[in-house]
Design a protein around this ligand. Structure first.
Ligand code: IPE
Ligand code: IPE
Ligand code: MG
Length: 239
């Protein structure tokens, strides 16, 4: 890995863990008078570019919001299109991802997806589990509130002494347990909200909102985001 890691004082160093809310596919398509699925397909191309760029930038962990626990509110036809694209993407990309040394992980309650999609995902995760390059974390049927509820349920089921529960007790039961702290959270498409993404993990992350629609995101955009991050001073409540 290149660059110093965050030393929790002064300049930030390079980000180890970057997350992206990949938003704006629908608007990208609308501007071109295309159906929304065309925007999602173009978004999948942006995903390929961004994964490659993250490796080149020495980012250790790249976490991407692909389907939220609230996206079930979309029309059934769009959900079916997104699931079809997910199937296609995993089948088409897994060999290259495995070859590139990328380790795939999933956060979110993805087991609620169709059984064949769950199997595809589990196989892909297993196939890359021994890799030691960039960790690619895809958020599927992910909602931060749901993630915290699941963690709290796990703690309750374990019957822990309430006085023994601290920040680490909760962190260790989140889907992101054992990933490095989130450094930089990017949202594309000009929206300035988190939409239930990584609420716990974003406690001291740097936030970056860019107007670029996700299908237009590329290596230059990711590099610009990293360059913005390194100018920031992180204080974590101290001086
Ligand atoms: C993000 O693009 C992709 C998903 C949420 C799956 P959108 O589909 O939200 O695109 P906009 O926000 O309508 O432009
Ligand atoms: C957030 O985008 C979810 C993903 C990018 C997967 P949305 O488009 O669903 O968010 P809202 O509805 O604008 O808040
Ligand atoms: Mg959106």
């Amino acid at each position: 890995m290149s660059g110093p890691v965050d030393d929790r004082s002064g300049r930030s160093g390079r980000p180890r863990h970057v997350a992206i809310i990949m938003d704006g596919n629908g608007r990208w398509a609308k501007k071109r008078l295309l159906p929304r699925i065309a925007g999602h397909r173009a978004g999948a191309e942006a995903l390929r570019r961004t994964i490659r760029a993250a490796g080149q930038l020495g980012i250790e962990v790249l976490t991407l919001y692909a389907f939220s626990s609230e996206n079930w509110r979309r029309p059934a036809s769009e959900i079916a299109d997104l699931m079809g694209l997910l199937r296609h993407y995993i089948r088409a990309e897994i060999a290259e991802i495995a070859e590139a040394g990328i380790r795939l992980r999933i956060i979110g309650d993805y087991r609620r997806f169709e059984p064949d999609v769950v199997t595809l995902i589990d196989d892909a995760v297993m196939r890359t589990a021994g890799n030691s390059g960039t960790t690619l974390v895809i958020a599927l049927n992910y909602g931060a509130q749901d993630e915290i509820v699941r963690a709290v349920r796990a703690i309750a089921a374990e019957g822990l002494d309430p006085a023994a529960i601290d920040v680490d007790t909760i962190g260790a039961r989140l889907d992101t347990a054992d990933l490095p702290p989130l450094d930089l959270l990017i949202r594309t498409s000009g929206e300035r909200r988190l939409s239930n993404f990584l609420l716990w993990q974003a406690a001291y992350a740097e936030l970056l909102f860019v107007d670029t629609l996700w299908p237009d995101f590329d290596a230059a955009a990711l590099t610009a985001a990293v360059n913005d991050f390194v100018t920031r001073e992180r204080r974590y409540g101290g001086l």
